[in-house]
Design a protein around this ligand. Structure first.
Ligand SMILES: *[C@@H]1O[C@H](CO)[C@@H](O)[C@H](O)[C@H]1NC(C)=O
Length: 405
């Protein structure tokens, strides 16, 4: 809700500027006709498509806060959260290519739990997670064999397959939300788009998603491991070959940017989310350097670079455990059922302190009563000083005291 209001404000602001500019033009030179085109939003339409899709699911939606949601998720009744409903109807197979054992373990312990199924591929199975070993001779061979394996062993309940390397962090819930309204039997090739030698492809660093329709087409075209090997050489270019091979079948990357033009699939890490300068960062083997636009991080982000395993646990905690009381917790925001007058409050206090009928207390007695309850500033400062010894140095304690007095 906040987000929508903010964007509207921005929109109103832009309209304001545009009107201002038009007026200025009219005043300065009324003979010059200017036609101005403006667009407040880059509409990706997926939000609308999702709402339409959801309205056909025969559910009634109502908002719930964190505490209610906890009950909803543990209850076995008719209530279910939107995310767990999506989990049950939008299957996501997560395919992870393992380079480092520590990364594999971090993936398994964090975001992989939110996939319907997880498959690890690697060159050896000696890690703490079960890895399916492939013996590829090129990186396209590697990906192509993994796709063929996925089809042979998982085609029955396959909807969407996400392919990432082990340093990418994924939010599968956001992927389900994005693809729920799409037909997985149709070809959908989703990721962060790039172009190399006139070929449009989804860059590997951001991970990419293939619908069952695409996987079917690929395993049809590459019916053996040898045919995979024949059609792509060298290493670190499987993303390009995937785009090239799909392009030959008429399947091209979809635009997955959100309403604000920001990437849902993000090849970079989140270190620059709101830093004011532009950053030039090293990118894939194909495009040498890339400029990041600061602040352009999607609210509906699906993938981003996780940097290192320790960070995976941090993101997992922040995303799935921390309860942010940002828009309030509904219980605390409601007035009490019966309003209590100030008069009643002090009368109740006096009565509870054993002074009998409140009408009989003088204001001096009332003051003394409070004085007994509250420590003097001197006593409080001494208390603070005793408790802060060994925690702060003496300068800090002095500073705290001068603030307090
Ligand atoms: C990997 O190795 C472990 C233990 O050696 C084994 O239990 C597991 O089945 C293997 N995984 C695969 C996919 O082969």
């Amino acid at each position: 809700m906040l987000r929508i209001i903010y964007r509207l404000k921005k929109c109103v602001f832009i309209i304001g500027i545009v009107i201002g500019v038009i007026l200025a033009y009219l005043l300065i030179d009324s003979e010059n006709e200017t036609s101005m085109q403006m667009s407040c939003k880059i509409r990706d339409g997926s939000e609308i498509a999702y709402r339409e899709w959801f309205s056909m699911q025969n559910f009634k939606k109502y908002p719930a806060n964190y505490f209610e949601l906890r009950d909803v998720n543990s209850a076995s009744g008719d209530l279910t959260s939107e995310a767990s409903y999506l989990y049950s109807v939008v299957h996501v197979h997560c395919v992870v290519f393992i380079k480092k054992r520590r990364n594999a373990l971090a993936v398994k312990n964090t975001w992989a739990k939110h996939c319907n199924e997880i498959l690890f591929f690697g060159l050896e199975n000696r890690s703490d997670v079960s890895v399916t070993v492939l013996k590829p001779k090129s990186s396209w061979h590697y990906l192509c064999d993994a796709i063929r394996y996925l089809w042979q062993n998982h085609k029955a309940n396959l909807h969407w397959a996400l392919f990432v390397s082990d340093d990418v962090f994924v939010i599968p819930e956001n992927l389900r939300y994005y693809v729920a309204s799409l037909d997985f039997n149709e070809p959908h090739y989703l990721g962060e788009e790039g172009t190399f030698w006139g070929i449009e492809y989804n860059v590997g660093e951001a991970g990419y998603v293939l619908s069952k329709g695409v996987i079917y087409a690929l395993q049809n075209k590459f019916s053996s491991s040898e045919s995979c090997l024949r059609s792509g050489k060298y290493w670190r270019n499987e993303d390009f070959y995937l785009g090239k091979n799909l392009g030959e079948m008429g399947i091209t990357p979809a635009n997955t940017k959100d309403d604000s033009g920001c990437n849902r699939f993000q090849r970079y890490n989140l270190n620059y989310v709101s830093s004011p300068q532009k950053h030039t960062v090293p990118s894939s083997a194909h495009s040498l350097l890339n400029q990041i636009t600061p602040g352009c991080y999607s609210d509906y982000i699906i993938t981003f670079n996780g940097i290192e395993p320790d960070k995976f646990y941090l993101y997992d905690y922040l995303l799935y455990s921390v309860r942010v009381v940002h828009n309030g917790v509904s219980h605390g925001n409601q007035p009490p059922p019966v309003s209590v007058s100030e008069d009643q409050v002090w009368r109740e206090f006096v009565r509870a302190e054993g002074f009998g009928e409140p009408a009989s207390i003088s204001s001096k007695q009332y003051f003394e009563l409070w004085q007994q309850k509250i420590q003097s500033p001197e006593v409080f400062n001494t208390f603070l000083r005793q408790h802060s010894e060994g925690i702060f140095n003496s300068d800090d304690v002095d500073g705290a005291n001068s603030l307090g007095s």
